[in-house]
Design a protein around this ligand. Structure first.
Ligand SMILES: C[S@@+](CC[C@H](N)C(=O)[O-])C[C@H]1O[C@@H](n2cnc3c(N)ncnc32)[C@H](O)[C@@H]1O
Length: 238
């Protein structure tokens, strides 16, 4: 099911305790007119109006409101994964603690192909955080499937590529996540038939992978152009 609306509104209409797993890739609020390098070209870091808020208290309030909505719709055995960088992840962690989530792991997604620096005055940015947290006492973890990936106990630093061009053939999203990242997350924390929700689905990566892996899926995005990309991707799953 896809919703083209504000996730805070949609979450308030969904049934309480009905979702097994949430992956949230919220705005990082990093659109500060800075510059970066993409495909060898200098580009603006600005993502769009959806990545801007007037002030810090608005950002905190927004984070609390969508996170509370997620907490309400998650089953007691459910878990939530939230991605971020230095720009947002410490606020995410603080709000998770306030709301009552318990952290299971903090994953480092180490990008094997990070963009080069534009100003050579610091280390290259090459990872993102993904906080994995639970609502209740017990949660599901597919230990065996994760073990098989490296033939060893999987650790919390994941070496994975950025999104490939072939995953962008139905349209471009400025912060699209790679399908391999969502595959790992969905297989680790859900079973076939479970309900997966993404409140900031963008181009629909979570829903595409959930559908391919025979999970039920709910995707929400307030921008019509991104919902259109998600619909196309979902209609063309092999
Ligand atoms: C970081 S992007 C997610 C990208 C996505 N993971 C993908 O693979 O394409 C965040 C998305 O959240 C959406 N968004 C921002 N604020 C929102 C809100 N209040 N409700 C719903 N969607 C929102 C934006 O339109 C944007 O597409």
């Amino acid at each position: 099911m896809l919703y083209n609306d504000d996730c805070i509104n949609v979450l308030s209409t969904l049934q309480e305790a009905s979702v097994d797993m949430i992956f949230a890739d919220p705005p990082y609020f990093l659109s500060n007119n800075g510059k970066s390098i993409s495909s060898g070209k200098v580009v603006s870091v600005n993502k769009g109006d959806w990545d801007k808020k007037e002030n810090y208290s608005d950002i905190l309030l927004f984070t609390k409101r969508w996170m509370q909505g997620c907490y309400r719709v998650l089953k007691n055995t459910g878990t939530i994964w939230v991605s971020g960088t230095k720009h947002n992840i410490f606020d995410v962690k603080r709000v998770m603690d306030e709301i009552g989530f318990s952290i299971i792991n903090i994953i480092i997604w180490k990008k094997i192909d990070p963009p080069p620096l534009i100003y050579k005055n610091k280390y290259r940015f090459s990872y993102e955080f993904i906080i994995w947290a639970k609502k209740g006492k017990y949660h599901y973890f597919n230990y065996d499937a994760m073990y098989k990936v490296d033939n060893n106990e999987m650790h919390d630093v994941w070496f994975l590529p950025s999104v490939s061009m072939s995953e962008k053939k139905y349209g471009r999203h400025p912060t699209q996540k790679p399908e391999c990242l969502l595959e790992r997350i969905i297989i680790a924390s859900t079973k076939e038939g479970d309900v997966v929700l993404d409140p900031f689905m963008g181009s629909g990566t979570t829903c595409v992978v959930a559908k391919r892996l025979n999970r039920k899926w709910i995707g929400i995005d307030k921008e019509r152009e991104f919902c259109a990309i998600a619909k196309l991707r979902l209609a063309n799953i092999l």
